[in-house]
Design a protein around this ligand. Structure first.
Ligand SMILES: Cc1ncc(COP(=O)(O)O)c(C=O)c1O
Length: 387
């Protein structure tokens, strides 16, 4: 595989950009024409790769991007992304000049922050702001209309500040019981009604709400997890009226294959013992890659068949019990499809007793990302050799 030229260990994550495009196109196609779509590419696009996902999402119809903090937005600007970028989390008041210079939109939710930020903005600066309302998530956001009114006035009175948007975030949009979601929506609407002038962008919906609740569109939706082809929660699996395509897969190759005899042991602690003659393969992936020790016992795919990880997972390697002899170099899929078999991100999340969001995020940057489009490799990112 061409990837050998840019990385030297046979372990890689494959990102299918066609899946990103298909997911964005499907969601965008369901939204009314006047509703904007923000592609959420924080955390290196949920571990998939910020700039590659951003470009695929924008090409498929996303209107702008959102990240968690200013460094992530600057990273995208450094990689040539010129479309609007919203920083969803808190930024320092001292950094507003940088944001303004790079045309990065910041989130604001405290009047004290505004007062301090004004000291760091040159007279000719233009800083776009979205006000965050805490309607029940309890994380960041303005919690009452009095403070919202003060913030609106402060922005209005300063020619350097642009009140571009207002938004909130739902805590339970992915749950079947919609009571708390409705409460948050009602609170947000109440807050909106106190504004003297509505800003250009009003948004509240994450993937779950974008898929389920037209009444929460306002004029913009923020799409994260569904763009990556993952369901916002197991409960929602049956509620999604169109197919989602998983973009992330994880692959490696056998680097050693040996026959064990009854009583032979495998890995630290010698916890696995061969019951008879067994073919054991070694994979060059371990917990330092995010393939954590709790995944011992998890199955992987070899030649379209499931094979369990045996013994403890080491920092850089782990062992599998092969269904038969396979030669060194045989491709092994840890997440993704091989013939008729599929190991989904959800399967790994279930094994780790966590949510699917966490899985691609925890596969570390030590694992190169190989980008595919039309079945062909179109880019490779190896942070070790090219940070
Ligand atoms: C403020 C905000 N908006 C949107 C999203 C995207 O959510 P999802 O990935 O569920 O679509 C997130 C993700 O955590 C978020 O924090």
């Amino acid at each position: 595989m061409e990837a050998q030229k840019t990385f030297y260990r046979d372990t890689w994550a494959e990102i299918d950009l066609d899946s990103i495009s298909k997911n964005v196109t499907a969601v965008k196609g369901r939204l009314p024409q006047d509703v904007n779509l923000i592609a959420v590419v924080k955390a290196n696009a949920y571990g998939h790769g910020d700039v590659q996902v951003a470009k695929a999402a924008l090409e498929a119809g996303a209107d702008f991007l959102a990240v968690a903090f200013l460094d992530e937005a600057i990273a995208l600007r450094n990689k040539g992304i010129t479309v609007p970028i919203l920083v969803l989390g808190a930024s320092r008041p001292e950094d507003v000049q940088t944001a303004a210079e790079l045309n990065i939109t910041l989130t604001i939710f405290q009047k004290e922050w505004l007062e301090r930020a004004k000291n760091y903005l040159p007279d000719d600066a233009k800083l776009k702001l979205h006000v965050k309302v805490d309607s029940g998530m309890g994380r960041i956001g303005v919690r009452n209309s009095e403070e919202l009114t003060i913030i609106e006035k402060m922005i209005e009175e300063d020619h350097r500040l642009i009140f571009e948007g207002i938004f909130t975030h739902f805590a339970t949009a992915d749950e079947l019981d919609t009571t708390y979601f409705q409460k948050q929506l009602a609170f947000f609407k109440e807050m909106l009604s106190t504004l003297s002038k509505k800003p250009k962008y009003i948004h509240s919906s994450n993937s779950a709400a974008t898929i389920r609740f037209k009444e929460a569109y306002f004029n913009t939706c923020r799409l994260g997890i569904a763009m990556y082809g993952l369901t916002p929660s197991p409960e929602m699996e049956r509620e999604i009226p169109f197919p989602l395509f998983e973009a992330f897969s994880l692959k490696t190759r056998l680097v050693n294959v040996k026959k064990l005899h009854k009583g032979d042991k495998v890995s630290y602690g010698a916890t696995y013992e061969s019951e008879g003659e067994e073919w054991i393969g070694t994979l060059p992936i371990g917990y330092a890659d995010g393939w954590i020790r709790k995944l011992s016992g998890q199955e992987v795919l070899v030649n379209g068949e499931r094979a369990p990880i045996v013994g403890r997972i080491c920092m850089d390697q782990c062992m599998i019990k092969l269904p038969a002899f396979y030669p060194v170099g045989t491709e092994v899929t840890l997440i993704g499809r091989q013939n008729e078999q599929f190991i989904s991100v959800n399967e790994i999340a279930k094994k780790l007793e966590t949510i699917n969001y966490e899985i691609p995020c925890i596969i570390t940057s030590r694992v190169p990302r190989v980008y595919k489009k039309d079945e062909k490799i179109m880019d490779i990112k190896n942070d070790l050799l090219h940070p």
